[in-house]
Design a protein. Structure first.
Length: 200
């Protein structure tokens, strides 16, 4: 426990996202255990944990849903100007830009895939001890055939598990909201078939 608390999240000071360093970090975290948090509770989050839940209509129709599903499974919604993600094995490593030049890395473990369902898809993950938070997150898209709406949802529960996140938790909460907003915007562009949306 003490060693976990003393762990310092990898930080890079640079303008561009540290893509190669993020991939190396993901490989290095292959055996990192999960953080201490209740498992499989996204549908009934545990009490006293911070819950984030946002859903938005990002498109309409079967073609828009097909594009959204493909983008979700490739995690395109996590490739933002201030956020990058890579999957190496079952490790999902992310880095987010803080204060302009500071890129902070964290590692998650991809959760079991949800059973395939007609007109819906989801990906999810649990935090590891190489993350400043403890908790789970799930991203999903569904096509409501009755209204023809394609709905994107970001749902998570978390709490600080490292001194870094305890001290900066108000900023962490703001970034969670920012991610929900920006990733929905990215999915909206994907659904619209905007050229170059994958580069946003």
């Amino acid at each position: 426990m003490v060693l976990t608390l003393l762990w310092v999240p990898p930080i890079r000071l640079q303008l561009a996202a540290p893509t190669a360093a993020l991939e190396r970090f993901a490989v290095a975290c292959a055996r990192a255990p999960l953080s201490d948090h209740p498992r499989d509770r996204l549908d009934a989050p545990p009490r006293l944990w911070h819950v984030s839940d946002r859903e938005e209509v990002v498109g309409r129709g079967a073609a828009a849903y097909a594009r959204a599903e493909e983008a979700l499974l490739r995690l395109e919604c996590m490739q933002l100007p201030w956020l990058r993600a890579t999957v190496q094995g079952d490790v999902l490593a992310i880095c987010s830009r803080q204060f302009g030049l500071v890129w902070l890395m964290n590692a998650n473990r991809m959760a079991r895939p949800l059973p395939p369902a007609d007109s819906s898809a989801a990906v999810g993950w649990d935090t590891t001890i190489r993350h400043v938070l403890a908790g789970e997150e799930r991203l999903s898209v569904r096509w409501d055939r009755e209204s023809d709406a394609v709905v994107y949802r970001v749902r998570s529960y978390s709490r600080p598990r490292h001194a870094f996140s305890v001290l900066t938790y108000p900023v962490v909460r703001l970034q969670q909201r920012r991610f929900a907003h920006d990733s929905a915007q990215k999915m909206r562009l994907v659904c619209d078939g905007v050229d170059g949306a994958e580069k946003i």
